[in-house]
Design a protein around this ligand. Structure first.
Ligand SMILES: Cc1cc2nc3c(=O)[nH]c(=O)nc-3n(C[C@H](O)[C@H](O)[C@H](O)COP(=O)(O)O)c2cc1C
Length: 325
């Protein structure tokens, strides 16, 4: 146990870091009109009536004179898309507002757009807080959006997830106890998710008179044109779809691969017609992904993708990477 007399600063900071917070940027305007701001996660709510919030500012911050002299300031609760802005306003010595679009708030304070929420405040109280000054503000105006907030823990941005998740069985949410072995088996979960996601994409392919075999060949060529049949097959070996000489021949006949494709030991080249068709299919699939992820929410979408990427790494038999040259 660390006591006040033998505090290790680094350990204390790391203990404080276990408290998970959102991330804010607090802005004001200096007396000479310069916009001033910094990233702060010391934000906390204080009172509902009257509406009050607080945050603390390091005494060594170059922003201190502006916050001490100006009575208006704004707290921006950042969205999960504003990690870069958080980093920019979290570093000393940069022109933090360079190329940053702002609006004008109460008292001329610079307001940043696209945040999870914003609170325009007037200083109500200031307190000594060791090496920080605590600013308590009365909230004059606020706005919020439904976009997921940025979350910070132990010095890193993290993803917030609903705890427990929802158990799913045959398309309906049920209690965990009802899940039997096969309903919770990764084989079933991955397979069902894959086929459910793919169903409308299969229809799009059929409307373009493309088979799944065709799709896997064309998709690999879309990433990089001019691959040989053996390269295509090495990349697609995990799918079970093989580019046979007959298939290549058929794609050439249908005007989807250039006539010289895969003659002798040459590569295969997409025609404009094939490129357009496959781009249309992928655009529809991307729109479907966005729609589904909107329903899942930011946290689940990010962690689903991360989990799948890790799963792929764990189970990779050593496939060539289609995206590397
Ligand atoms: C996630 C995060 C949270 C921070 N929270 C605070 C805070 O609550 N108070 C503070 O004074 N500095 C905080 N900082 C550090 C300041 O943002 C940083 O020291 C400041 O931008 C330095 O520039 P300045 O000297 O121009 O103020 C935080 C930084 C990051 C990245």
């Amino acid at each position: 146990m660390q006591t006040a007399s033998n505090f290790d600063k680094r350990k204390f900071r790391s203990a404080l870091g276990t408290f998970t917070t959102g991330v804010t940027i607090v802005t004001t305007r200096a007396q000479d009109g310069t916009p001033v701001g910094l990233t702060a996660n010391s934000f906390s709510s204080v009172s509902l009536d009257p509406p009050m919030i607080l945050w603390s500012l390091a005494k060594r911050s170059r922003c201190l004179p502006a916050f001490e002299s100006g009575e208006h300031w704004a707290v921006h609760i950042l969205s999960h898309r504003q990690e870069e802005l958080s980093n920019r306003f979290g570093r000393a010595g940069e022109d933090k507002f360079d190329q940053v679009e702002t609006e004008r708030g109460a008292g001329g304070v610079p307001l940043l757009p696209n945040c999870a929420a914003r609170m325009q405040c007037k200083t109500a109280f200031k307190y000594e807080g060791g090496d920080h000054i605590i600013f308590v503000g009365e909230v004059l105006e606020f706005d919020r959006s439904d976009v997921a907030p940025l979350v910070f823990q132990s010095g890193e941005y993290v993803v917030a997830l609903r705890k427990g998740g929802r158990a799913i069985s045959a398309g309906a949410y049920v209690s965990d106890e009802r899940l039997n072995f096969s309903e919770n088996f990764i084989n079933y979960l991955l397979g069902r998710a894959y086929y459910q996601f793919l169903a409308p994409i299969r229809k799009d392919l059929a409307n373009l008179t493309l088979s799944e075999d065709d799709y896997y060949i064309l998709a690999v060529l879309l990433i990089k044109d001019g691959r040989t049949v053996s390269e295509i097959n090495a990349m697609n070996s995990y799918t079970g779809h093989e580019a046979t000489p007959e298939l290549i021949q058929s794609l050439r006949r249908r005007g989807l691969l250039h006539a010289e494709s895969q003659q002798e030991f040459g590569g295969c080249f997409l025609t404009d017609k094939a490129r357009e068709a496959i781009l249309n299919v992928l655009a529809a699939a991307k729109a479907r992904e966005e729609h589904i992820f909107e329903q899942l929410g930011h946290g689940e979408s990010i962690s689903l993708k991360n989990a799948l990427k890790n799963f792929i790494v764990q189970t990779d038999p050593g496939l060539p990477d289609p995206w590397s040259d």
